[in-house]
Design a protein around this ligand. Structure first.
Ligand code: APR
Length: 171
């Protein structure tokens, strides 16, 4: 198992990775949760770049600069809203991680931080989301030598524990 995946409890806006990932909505115009925090910390340049891009479908990802953040880039991805698991939510959530990592690769990003996509306002059960997140990233990194670190940044103790457990269960 690769040693590129790390877990921290904290605020993603403070991470020093090359890129941080935003759990956005398809308008890209900002919102609450991690999206609101990232837009506030990055400043108006982020809003402007997102407005120019114009939107992003669920499961896809787009990239902007990081504005005032330490991170040089923000990758915005739109997680699925949880409807009980029958509307392709697992595949859409996996696509968020894959498409974000592809964009990272295309932009020479070596270190990237992810929040727990979809498990806040979008209601995805965190245990299920964590399993998909760590499995998808772990599988992606098996065929990738360019990305040096994928850091999961969890906002609560409980989420941190759930993600670490999901990762241990992969091995
Ligand atoms: N750093 C890291 N994680 C954070 C931060 C932060 N600063 N702020 C919140 N979180 C965590 C939440 O605790 C949750 O575990 O991010 C996780 C994802 O929650 P949401 O931000 O609600 O994201 P999501 O469930 O994907 O819903 C997206 O919420 O704000 C809107 O515009 C956003 O409409 C979109 C929806």
């Amino acid at each position: 198992m690769e040693s590129k995946i790390t877990f921290v409890k904290g605020d993603i806006t403070l991470q020093d990775t090359d890129a941080i990932v935003n759990a956005a909505n398809s308008s890209l115009l900002g919102g609450g949760g991690v999206d609101g925090a990232i837009h506030r910390a990055a400043g108006p340049k982020l809003d402007e770049e997102c407005r120019k891009i114009g939107g992003c479908p669920t499961g896809q990802a787009v990239i902007t600069t990081g504005g005032n953040l330490k991170a040089k880039y923000v990758i915005h991805t739109v997680g699925p809203v949880w409807h009980g698991g029958t509307l392709n939510e697992p595949d859409l959530l996996a696509s968020c991680y894959i498409n974000s990592l592809k964009l990272a690769d295309e932009n020479g990003i070596k270190t990237i931080a992810f929040p727990s996509i979809s498990t806040g306002a979008y209601g995805y059960p965190v245990e299920q989301a964590a399993h998909i997140a760590v499995k998808t990233v772990s599988d992606y990194l098996k065929n990738n030598i360019a990305i040096e670190e994928v850091r999961f940044v969890l906002f609560s103790d409980r989420d941190y524990q759930v993600y670490v457990k999901a990762y241990k269960e992969l091995k």
